[in-house]
Every structure is written in C-alpha cells, then in structure tokens.
Design a protein around this ligand. Structure first.
Ligand SMILES: [Zn+2]
Length: 84
C-alpha cells in the first residue's frame, strides 16, 4: 500500500485518495488546433515509465485536490503541490 502525503492532513493510506490522471498542458493549447489534437488531448495519456505529475484528491479525508509527482516504475512519491 502506498502512503501519500496530503498537504493538509499529512501522511495517509492510498485507499483514502483518488488519482484522476496525469497533469496535462492547458486545454487552450489544443482545443483549436485540430480535431485529432483535441481528441488526443482528451483521451490519450503518456502512460510511460518514469516520473509523472498527477492530480490526486483526498476524497475520504479533507476533499482537497493537489498534484504530486510519482515514479510509475517504483511508485516512489515526490513532494506534492497545492497550486492545482
Ligand atoms: Zn487531506
């Protein structure tokens, strides 16, 4: 089980959180490019090995959203970020 540091509550079990996916560039960069670019933005994820920045919600705790960086190979979690 992963232990995740919520910036507001401290370290909690992964089961209290929900990950909603990778942090992407702003929508405005893709919405008017082309239909293909927009579809790729909406439905494709890098799904690569290594460090990714993801959106997480402490849904069974304080309900706050934050970003954290996680190594998808080792599941090591780096510092979270609250400016999401
Ligand atoms: Zn929390």
């Amino acid at each position: 089980m992963l232990l995740i540091h919520c910036p507001w509550c401290g370290v909690r079990a992964e089961s209290e959180f929900r990950c909603t996916g990778q942090v992407k560039p702003p929508r405005s960069e893709f919405v008017h490019k082309s239909d293909e670019a927009w579809l790729e933005y909406l439905y494709q994820a890098d799904n690569r090995r290594g460090i990714l920045e993801e959106y997480w919600c402490h849904e069974k705790g304080c309900g706050q959203w934050f970003k954290l960086r996680r190594d998808t190979t080792t599941h090591e979690i780096m510092d979270g970020d609250t400016d999401s």
